[in-house]
Design a protein around this ligand. Structure first.
Ligand SMILES: Nc1nc2c(ncn2[C@@H]2O[C@H](COP(=O)(O)OP(=O)(O)O)[C@@H](O)[C@H]2O)c(=O)[nH]1
Ligand SMILES: [Mg+2]
Length: 584
């Protein structure tokens, strides 16, 4: 299916044309039919000679209803610009074209209607010149009469040529359905309609309603008046949200694939077209079917920061337009550059930001985003509309490569400094390091660790004897040398003092894995445990404490806590009569 919007001045024959092409009545309201004037959006569809289905969003031409017009064309990629042969180019011809241009609509046709009332050539010539200067560029022109039907076959063929040129929609994209109507159907409940520009909807889907925390569920789907199990972009769709109260949503809301959109109330944008130098401080931002008041803060020559009255699910690259509702005119087009910009609190931040924005063009750019954000979650970038093909450094964190290298260097420095300032600690606590490096996640700290650094028991250090302060390391070496041939004779308390091993030094050596503590002042070398098990295994089983003490050539002072430690580790088992066996 293709979706095309009408555009053009009031009474130029847009609705008549849609009626003539589709046989359907686009003016849905009794009031519209009574007054012969479109007030709100109308919807109709037909089949083209090629067999393709085309749906029309018929918009009002009156200047009072331009916001309705914008809600209709916002999500639609192509337009029929309608100009009456007998009236020619008029103010809303110009304003509608300015809107299409601001939104970057690149596909369209010029239809000169009421050709039975006047020579269509002059109106066509003027209109073509105006259109040529817009995003639509050179367009095919068809003259028709909605009254006599003249020109309609040519118009149908031209529509086939137009739709054949439209870019294929992205069907596997997340859904962002801008709601253009919502109503209640007796027996079915709330129904919303919109133009599905990308993605796919299925009955049963759970969707996020922008701005509400509860999910909504698709109970039913209609497209072109028929119930369907699923709808694929591009399509006009009516979504039944039974169970969701009608008051909860309306035009300008969006139904979203859950968790796939960032909700922005501050965005940085580039003004497109010819932005007025003196942009008012408050304007209305029109995007999709939404219209939101914004405060405008100029940054660079053609870049501004917009503060939205309420958040919208916007993506980098979105097109939108700014309008001055008081003065009834399109103030300019907008290309979204950043949907999650940094705050501008420091002095000079605005100027610095303007420099950054000068290089952005609204095309999502992963490397650039990483350079600017330095560290960001892949999911967060995707929600901004930036496709992510990069390997995370930890979890789903992505890092700018240069920044990541600097962090690694900084980590090594911090760990070194900490070791000098806390010589008896076995390393720097991970969380202290996380804070020093201002990292948002411990996983990032751990991912930065490179040998010889390692994390052990929540601390980062080299965790070898070499990392111990010089005197402690030397004392441990002395113990090693002295007890090599009697590994189960722990140094007496006096000897430890002689060696300079007080409680703090012993603690440091134990945490570094250089000594094994059996009791306050009973320490062995760490390999003593395995060696003890090997000796005990040679004894007749079960064995007594006394037999163990003799076999290990040690004293009760060591043997008692050593066997208890072996029991706790499951290497030996104590029997009811206090004898033990080696567990094999
Ligand atoms: N003679 C003639 N009248 C037309 C034609 N198209 C529209 N009209 C008349 O022009 C008036 C406005 O048409 P309408 O379709 O409502 O204009 P819209 O405001 O652009 O939707 C109506 O009275 C129509 O009957 C046409 O091709 N020929
Ligand atoms: Mg109309």
């Amino acid at each position: 299916m293709f979706v095309v919007a009408t555009a053009g001045h009031v009474d130029h024959g847009k609705s008549t044309l849609v009626r003539a092409l589709t046989g359907m009545e686009p003016d849905r309201w009794a009031e519209e039919r009574r007054r012969g004037m479109t007030i709100d959006l109308g919807f109709a569809w037909t089949t083209l000679p090629s067999g393709a289905t085309i749906a029309f969003v018929d918009v009002p031409g009156h200047e009072r209803f331009v916001p309705n017009m914008l809600a209709g064309v916002g999500p639609v990629p192509a337009a029929l610009l309608v100009v009456a042969a007998d009236e020619g180019w008029m103010p809303q011809s110009a304003e509608h074209l300015a809107a299409l241009d601001a939104l970057g609509v690149g596909y369209g046709l010029l239809v000169v209607t009421r050709a039975d009332l006047a020579d269509p050539a002059p109106a066509a010539e003027r209109a073509r010149a105006e259109i040529a200067a817009s995003s639509l560029g050179a367009v095919e022109t068809v003259a028709v009469s909605g009254l006599t039907g003249a020109g309609l076959p040519e118009l149908r063929s031209a529509l086939d040529r137009l739709t054949a040129r439209l870019p294929a929609p992205t069907v596997d994209a997340p859904v962002r359905l801008w709601v253009d109507r919502s109503f209640t159907v007796r027996g079915s409940g709330t129904v919303v309609t919109g133009t599905l520009g990308a993605g796919r909807l299925r009955v049963g889907d759970e969707l996020e309603l922008a701005g509400a925390d509860e999910p909504v569920r698709v109970r039913g789907l209609h497209s072109l008046g028929e119930a369907r199990p699923e709808a694929e972009a591009v399509a006009r769709v009516a979504v039944n949200l039974r169970g969701t109260h009608r008051d909860r949503l309306g035009r300008g809301d969006a139904l979203l694939t859950p968790g796939r959109f960032h909700h922005s109330d501050v965005i940085d944008v580039r003004l497109t077209g010819d932005p007025a130098a003196d942009l008012p401080a408050t304007l209305t931002l029109h995007v999709g079917s939404a219209a939101v008041p914004v405060r405008v803060r100029p940054l660079g020559a053609d870049t501004v920061r917009l503060r939205l009255a309420h958040p919208l699910p916007l993506l980098v690259g979105d097109r939108a337009l700014l309008r001055d509702p008081g003065r009834h005119h399109v103030a300019g087009g907008v290309r979204v550059l950043d949907v999650a910009p940094p705050p501008l609190s420091r002095r000079g931040a605005a100027a610095a930001r303007a420099t950054v924005l000068a290089d952005l063009d609204g095309r999502p750019d992963l490397a650039g985003e990483l350079r600017r954000r330095r560290l960001v979650r892949a999911g967060a970038l995707r929600r901004m509309g930036v496709p992510v093909q990069a390997t995370p450094v930890a979890g789903d964190w992505l890092a700018d490569p240069a920044h990541w290298r600097r962090l690694g260097e900084q980590l090594t420095e911090e760990v070194g400094r900490y070791a000098r300032e806390h010589p008896l600690e076995p390393g720097m606590p991970v969380d202290a390091l996380r804070q020093r490096l201002a990292l948002p996640d411990r996983a990032l700290v751990e991912a930065l660790i490179r040998p010889p650094l390692r994390v052990h028991a929540g601390r980062i250090g080299t965790a070898t004897v070499d990392a111990l302060p010089e005197p402690v390391a030397r004392a441990v070496q002395r113990v090693r040398a002295e007890y090599a041939d009697r590994p189960f004779r722990a140094p007496e308390a006096d000897r430890l003092v002689d060696l300079g091993l007080g409680p703090r030094e012993i603690g440091a050596a134990v945490r570094a894995g250089a000594l094994l503590r059996l009791a306050d002042t009973v320490v062995l070398l760490p390999d003593a445990l395995d060696a003890a098990v090997a000796v005990l295994a040679t004894l007749p089983q079960p064995f007594t404490l006394s037999a163990a003490r003799q076999a290990l050539d040690t004293t009760r002072r060591v043997a008692v806590p050593l066997l208890e430690l072996l029991d706790r580790r499951g290497a030996t088992r104590r029997l009811p009569d206090d004898a033990r066996v080696v567990v094999t």
